[in-house]
Design a protein around this ligand. Structure first.
Ligand SMILES: Nc1nc2c(c(=O)[nH]1)N[C@H]1C(S)=C(S)[C@@H](COP(=O)(O)OP(=O)(O)OC[C@H]3O[C@@H](n4cnc5c(=O)[nH]c(N)nc54)[C@H](O)[C@@H]3O)O[C@H]1N2
Ligand SMILES: Nc1nc2c(c(=O)[nH]1)N[C@H]1C(S)=C(S)[C@@H](COP(=O)(O)OP(=O)(O)OC[C@H]3O[C@@H](n4cnc5c(=O)[nH]c(N)nc54)[C@H](O)[C@@H]3O)O[C@H]1N2
Ligand code: SF4
Ligand SMILES: [Mo]
Length: 725
């Protein structure tokens, strides 16, 4: 007897704003998934997945998938392992954790995770329960977005923007520091709808990305100077009285102070900083103010600089001045995540912490965190605002003796790889890595534990690019002996002797309880049964959704043109100019943090590669082939000055390290700027490194985020190198 294939619905788990809904066709005879498609009835996915996840079945069934627990047999980092059973793995890891806690205290255990999956359960669900019960060091998850989030939030109270569908109603679209066609492709059709109605699409970016090529205009800008452009736009808006006075009076606070402040930042000044001609800045401000409305798609590119928080803050101030939040499709969209008010305390069982207040370490300072030197460990403490203080070395707490990695690949993605690798190479450090593949990080593990993929486990996904909450059902049985993160932490809890009921609950009960615990009005009518039946559900919000048409979720209900909260936190309460590190050092501004004064330095940015998702997919031949090789884009002027030609092997170098890449000589990047699409696996690269050898552990002005795109390097052909490499 033959039965027809089954369709199982789910959702993409990746760190991408689109959070696509999918359907998997399973052959009932074999239990194998045979087809993956975007759900045609999802209003954002509209039947299409991206070129990466289109091939998700290939990744799932790839022969390189980890299928059994592994125990290290070679030296750290050598990647030599032997298969062991789950029972032995859980027993040995629990024993070692127990010894470490007894000897050094529970803060000697540190989790390290990010958004390999964005699922609430397989992300920080059961894992949070485990680490809360243990009293482990807490992790500040800052590697991506915190600087921009803080800057935005000071102005508006919450990070929300117009819904993607409403972009169709904008009369002008500014894509500011976002390569939409690569990292947010499901927004593009709505941008095209607006364009069909006559809305120009303008991209502000140091590089002519594939999005800039597809747009009406590319405005090149020097990295990290966006705050200056926004200040000059405000200058013009105020000077030419393009302000929406009614909106400003009703819904903003501090206009007079802002008006006085922006006088100091005319377009001619901003041209010096940004490289954007003053005349273009004036026109841009006028076009922006005249549109009814304009929408700004701002994203994370411009906040990976020393002053990224302030830049975002300045941009977030713009729409209130001209009243664009009043109109459908108007405003500025950084992330939709503030629209979700999800209570996660029951999910994470924060109560398991009791009275304990473990230290918080900043993930971007993993190199410092793993150091045995208390002075460096003190630097890894999370203290992001000027009013916060890092502890004295004697108060830095115990050395990290156990590192538990899941949903992340720090030996490729974290800054300052020399320091990260030195820490991971410590023979006295217990490292446990939960993974799908033998990553750069897994090579340093004492134990590698095979984890299930989204095809094999339950979860709920909260998107950050739209308003549809979604349920993921497992479509197939776990591949090999892999287990879900939730099950691995459940077993580890049992191994540690934790008998709390939090560790007895199965995945479905946890998710169901999570949904039932929600009380916010935006979750009204969203039930477990509906998620089971429909797969995705829109938040209960008006349609159209105009988040700030009539006020803001701030202390006084108004947009903070002047922010008392910022003043209290030690920041300039008004929009201000703070240069990126590379510029402060080159213009020799007093108090500059960087010591580099060398005119040969270029500024390196390393945004997402089209065919990878961070390091996910970057080990698989199909995607590597599509992406080519680790490249660095260099402007012809800069190349000529260094005798570099297309295809040359070049070395990028600075005080942190050196990396070999292949030159792509192109006018698609501004003079003075290098662009290296990322994130390649270090061990699969010719010199065993990637660009994160060049990035320091410096923190941004807000949120303690990394300065991935504020990196100064020299570049030269390998053939002209002197000395050993
Ligand atoms: N295909 C693919 N999609 C992804 C990812 C991926 O790796 N690959 N990563 C996912 C993740 S984790 C995230 S956080 C998002 C990232 O989302 P984004 O941060 O929006 O990343 P990009 O789309 O590359 O856009 C960043 C753009 O900013 C530009 N840029 C760099 N510095 C500056 C600057 O100072 N000013 C301005 N104006 N522009 C600047 C870069 O040239 C680049 O074009 O994408 C997600 N989606
Ligand atoms: N130079 C430079 N560095 C960067 C960036 C950049 O633009 N330039 N971008 C930064 C940004 S924005 C981010 S968000 C970070 C991303 O850093 P990470 O969050 O570390 O992202 P990935 O490299 O994709 O690693 C995720 C890992 O989780 C694994 N994984 C996926 N699902 C599961 C699961 O269910 N269980 C388990 N156990 N594992 C799973 C995947 O196999 C993968 O190896 O990198 C940052 N680093
Ligand atoms: S990575 Fe992004 S675009 Fe691709 S399927 Fe997942 S959510 Fe959709
Ligand atoms: Mo990210």
């Amino acid at each position: 007897m033959t039965s027809s294939p089954t369709l199982i619905t789910g959702v993409c788990p990746h760190d991408c704003p689109d959070t696509c809904a999918w359907q998997i066709t399973v052959d009932p005879a074999t239990g194998r998934a045979i087809r993956i498609q975007g759900r045609p009835d999802h209003p954002i996915t509209r039947g299409r997945l991206c070129g990466k996840v289109d091939r998700y079945l290939e990744r799932t069934y790839h022969p390189d998938r980890l299928t059994t627990p592994l125990k290290r047999v070679g030296p750290k980092g050598a990647g030599r392992f032997q298969p062991i059973g789950w029972e032995q793995a859980i027993r040995e890891i629990s024993e070692r954790l127990g010894e470490i806690v007894a000897r050094y205290g529970s803060e000697a255990v540190m989790p390290f995770s990010y958004a390999g999956t964005m699922g609430v359960l397989q992300g920080e669900g059961m894992a949070a329960r485990f680490f809360n019960r243990l009293g482990a060091t807490r992790l500040a998850r800052t590697i991506c977005a915190q600087a921009g989030f803080e800057g935005f939030q000071y102005v508006t109270g919450r990070v929300i923007g117009p819904a993607p569908g409403d972009f169709a109603h904008a009369q002008l679209i500014l894509i500011w520091g976002n390569n939409t066609l690569t990292s947010n492709m499901h927004l593009w059709p709505f941008i095209l709808q607006a364009r069909k109605r006559g809305a120009p699409v303008i991209v502000i970016d140091p590089a002519r990305t594939r999005t800039a090529r597809a747009a009406d205009e590319w405005i090149p800008i020097r990295p990290g100077t966006d705050g200056a452009l926004a200040l000059a736009m405000m200058h013009v808006i105020v000077a030419e009285d393009l302000v929406d006075r009614d909106y400003v009076r009703l819904y903003t606070t501090g206009f007079e102070a802002l008006q006085a402040r922006v006088q100091a930042f005319p377009p001619a000044w901003a041209e010096e900083m940004t490289g954007v001609p003053a005349e273009r800045i004036v026109r841009l401000a006028r076009e922006y103010a005249a549109a009814r409305p304009a929408v700004i798609r701002v994203n994370y590119g411009l906040q990976r600089h020393a002053a990224g928080g302030m830049a975002m803050r300045n941009i977030a101030t713009l729409p209130a001045l001209v009243g664009h939040w009043r109109y459908r499709g108007g405003g500025v969209m950084l992330s939709a995540s503030g629209a979700f008010h999800l209570d996660k305390s029951a999910l994470k069982r924060t109560g398991l912490l009791g009275e304990r207040q473990p230290r918080t370490l900043n993930m971007i300072r993993l190199g410092d965190a793993l150091s045995l030197d208390p002075e460096r460990r003190a630097r890894a403490h999370y203290a992001p605002r000027p009013v916060d203080r890092k502890p004295a070395p004697e108060d830095a707490g115990p050395p990290v003796m156990a590192l538990m990695v899941y949903n992340s690949n720090p030996a490729a993605v974290a800054p300052d790889q020399n320091a990260v690798r030195a820490g991971l190479a410590r023979e006295d450090l217990l490292t446990v890595v939960l993974e799908h593949f033998q990553t750069d990080t897994a090579d340093y593990a004492d134990y590698v534990l095979p984890a299930t993929t989204q095809l094999e486990h339950w979860d709920i996904l909260k998107p950050y690019g739209h308003l549809y909450l979604a349920l993921n059902r497992p479509a197939i049985a776990p591949v090999g002996e892999s287990l879900s993160n939730s099950e691995i932490f459940r077993r580890l809890a049992r191994g540690m002797g934790f008998d709390d009921d939090a560790f007895g609950q199965d995945d479905v009960s946890i998710l169901r309880e999570f949904i039932e615990a929600q009380t916010h009005p935006t979750m009204a009518g969203i039930t477990w049964e509906r998620l089971l039946a429909e797969g995705f559900v829109r938040l209960t919000l008006p349609e159209p959704f105009l988040p700030f048409a009539e006020g803001f979720p701030t202390d006084d209900g108004k947009c903070q043109l002047y922010s008392q909260r910022m003043a209290d936190d030690g920041y300039d309460p008004l929009p201000a100019w703070t240069p990126p590190n590379w510029l402060s050092s080159q213009s020799q501004i007093p108090n500059s943090k960087s010591k580099i004064q060398n005119p040969n330095f270029l500024t390196l940015i390393s945004p997402p590669a089209h065919n990878f998702l961070n390091t996910t997919f970057a080990n698989l031949a199909r995607f590597r082939r599509r992406e080519g090789e680790p490249l660095v884009w260099i402007h012809p002027e800069d190349a000529r000055a260094r005798d570099i030609s297309e295809g040359d092997a070049v070395i990028l170098e600075n005080e942190n390290g050196r990396v070999q890449l292949t030159a792509r000589v192109t006018e698609d990047v501004m003079p003075g700027v290098l662009l290296a699409p990322t994130i390649w696996w270090a061990k699969l690269s010719s010199d065993g490194r990637n660009v994160n050898w060049l990035v320091s552990q410096d923190e941004t002005d807000m949120g303690g985020s990394p300065t991935f795109y504020d990196v100064q390097v020299t570049v030269q052909k390998t053939s002209t190198l002197s000395g050993p490499s």
